[in-house]
Design a protein around this ligand. Sequence first.
Ligand SMILES: NC(=O)c1ccc[n+]([C@@H]2O[C@H](COP(=O)([O-])OP(=O)(O)OC[C@H]3O[C@@H](n4cnc5c(N)ncnc54)[C@H](OP(=O)(O)O)[C@@H]3O)[C@@H](O)[C@H]2O)c1
Length: 351
Amino acid sequence: MIVLVKLFINGFGNIGRRLASALATDKEIQLVGVAKYSIDDKVKEALENHFDVYVPNESINNFKERGYSVTGSIEEAVKRCDLVVDAAKEGVGYDNKKNFYEPMNKPAIFQGGEERNGERAVADIIHNSRVNYDKAAGKRYVIQGSCNVSGMGRIMQPLIEKFGDRIRRFDIELVRRWADLEDSKAVKDSIEWDRNPHHQDDVKDFIPNANLYVDAFKVPSRMMHLHHMFVRFSDGVVPNKDEILECFRDEFGVAVISSAKGTGDVRKKALELGFPHGDTNMVHIHQDILRVQEDTVKVAYSDDQTGMVIPENHLLIQSMAFKRSRNEALSRTDNLFQMSKRRAILEEEFK
Ligand SMILES: NC(=O)c1ccc[n+]([C@@H]2O[C@H](COP(=O)([O-])OP(=O)(O)OC[C@H]3O[C@@H](n4cnc5c(N)ncnc54)[C@H](OP(=O)(O)O)[C@@H]3O)[C@@H](O)[C@H]2O)c1
């Protein structure tokens, strides 16, 4: 017998629409529907994909007057589901928690734009499937780390497990895309810095002992993020390039590639290969620029901003809703997203 979890996706933006199309194909998940707040083309997209659309109570008539068939209110959808995946625009998840999830006693997964600390904190844990998958089981509210934070955990943890105390510190220069491909906002011709990047604290939430420093710069691109990571080792014990790459030989969601010249090559290849939404859903270590210099290993990897967190959310559902072991969860997520197969394709394309 197939056990079903009834799931509502609150938000249908860049992340929500990707979650909906992926999770709807999982036979164990019954998608109650998706939420729309604005009347725009995305309502049509949701309906064409046969997703039930829920909207704020006060907007139901407006949507209907515009000819959109709406199933009910956000409140009704939350009532009907067992678990909410909140994919709201940054910072709104807190209000959703207070207005709907808590009063109706529904567990929820929040996305990386929500607060982990302070007055508007939505949860007391940030999930990273590589590091703290088991800790999410039994939690009612969990934040899925952002794309960058997910990528950092995926690269740092295997290095920590292999080299441990030999690593003195991690420094990451995070080069961020300005906007996603689907965003209508203009890309400004500037390099902007972040005075207080959240990534450092977010990663320390699940790797508390990491001696980590992050700086983030936004550049005029829509094509993925690039992390330039400097791993500093204790004197005289720095590993060679092969030893570093060996750590990632069998890592879920990590491709090791050689011939890409930039992030745009990887994104365009994903589009050309017909990967869903043009996402690779993983990080890609660019081994052609992996360097070892004195006490420092320099690793550069691109991070698929829109795709990274989609399998991560699926893994988190395996923990929160099904209480599965990490190995079983990985196998199910790999099967649904064809991660191993797509990794092999990318490694062959960029060998
Ligand atoms: N984009 C990325 O690359 C990325 C990667 C990782 C994590 N994230 C995180 O994922 C979250 C969503 O980001 P996004 O890029 O998908 O944003 P987005 O494209 O701007 O979409 C935000 C969605 O929020 C909806 N919304 C508006 N008010 C809402 C409410 N009260 N409750 C629920 N939804 C509401 C909007 O609906 P309408 O369109 O109908 O107004 C829209 O569908 C953020 O926390 C972000 O930090 C984003």
